[in-house]
Design a protein around this ligand. Structure first.
Ligand SMILES: *[C@@H]1O[C@H](CO)[C@@H](O)[C@H](O)[C@H]1NC(C)=O
Ligand SMILES: *[C@@H]1O[C@H](CO)[C@@H](O)[C@H](O)[C@H]1NC(C)=O
Length: 296
């Protein structure tokens, strides 16, 4: 090969790779799994249709769809996040960075990935009906009858009991505004990832601020997430469970536990709202508001 041919080949490779779209990592919600054709599978397919050549990885926690579904209820979230970090780090197609889409609890789980595992870099994080300040209530359990009976028994026993904390995913983001001190002390996942413990982790702030955009989607008619404003990082004013205040009036923002003030000031924190119940959005809405804006 002559030098000219080599240079031409290199230029071609550069041109092709420069055009490659940013890959996407998705994380499903409670009762769902990586790959059902009418759920995550349909969204993956739509992304592949809309963004030519995009690589989409829908995370599977465990090594089968059944395990993945059960892990969404019973595998400690820290271990799930660790597994997600390892899978992302080991995926050659993601090494240049990726955009992330988290559905329901997958939203706060992917935020934990951003905060704990900065490499490869997450660029845009979009969460749909996430529970960033947790939930105080679980009106609907999206699982089989057997699983949901266990979930109910555990929550009735007490979300902050150590046995329940260690075994139930939903207890690890249970946030009782009447028991804030207990929550801060015992919540295995959420109080940590929201930097609410006495000792703050500066790395969480730094890493979250590496995002190009943090986009939070709330469903105006969500009957699943209590309070639904948790999808926008809002929550009950502490000490009662009637009045909900926006993120900007909660300590996470006013005391700046997570560096969200900076993201906000930089115009990188976006709150979107769409009509409909939990995760009820149309493909047209998704394409217009998310795919065309953040994924192309
Ligand atoms: C802060 O978070 C990082 C990333 O997860 C972790 O490696 C580190 O040990 C944490 N530091 C403290 C003080 O907890
Ligand atoms: C959502 O709630 C609003 C206000 O409560 C109501 O006007 C609207 O019809 C509801 N939309 C759907 C799709 O249920």
């Amino acid at each position: 090969m002559t030098l000219a041919v080599i240079v031409a080949a290199l230029l071609l490779v550069t041109a092709v790779s420069a055009k490659e779209p940013t890959p996407v990592v998705m994380w499903h919600g409670m009762g769902d799994s990586c790959c059902l054709p009418f759920s995550m599978g349909a969204i993956k397919e739509e992304l592949e249709k809309q963004v030519a050549g995009v690589y989409v990885r829908s995370l599977e926690i465990g090594s089968s769809v059944i395990q993945d579904t059960l892990n969404g209820f019973f595998m400690p979230i820290d271990a799930q996040v660790e597994e997600a970090c390892q899978k992302i780090a080991a995926d050659e197609s993601l090494q240049g960075g990726y955009n992330a889409m988290g559905f329901s609890q997958g939203g706060q789980f992917l935020r934990a990935v951003a905060q704990r595992c900065p490499s490869p870099p997450m660029k845009n994080l979009i969460t749909f009906g996430g529970q960033h300040q947790g939930v105080f209530g679980l009106p609907h359990c999206l699982g089989t009858k057997g699983v949901c009976e266990v979930v109910k028994k555990l929550l009735d026993y007490g979300a902050y009991e150590s046995f329940v904390q260690s075994h139930l995913v939903q207890a690890q983001y249970w946030h009782d505004p009447l028991k804030q001190q207990q929550y801060v002390e015992v919540s295995q996942f959420l109080a940590d990832i929201n930097n609410e413990r006495d000792v703050k982790n500066e790395t969480y702030k730094e890493n979250l601020n590496k995002l190009e955009n943090l986009v939070l989607v709330m469903f105006s008619n969500d009957t699943m997430v209590v309070p639904r404003e948790s999808s926008h990082f809002g929550f009950y004013a502490l000490g009662q469970d009637q009045v909900v205040v926006p993120l900007q009036q909660t300590p996470i923002y006013t005391e700046d536990y997570l560096g969200l003030k900076q993201l906000d000031a930089d115009g990188k924190l976006t709150m979107l709202e769409t009509e409909g119940d939990h995760l009820q959005f149309s493909i047209d809405w998704l394409v217009e508001n998310i795919v065309n804006v953040y994924l192309k």
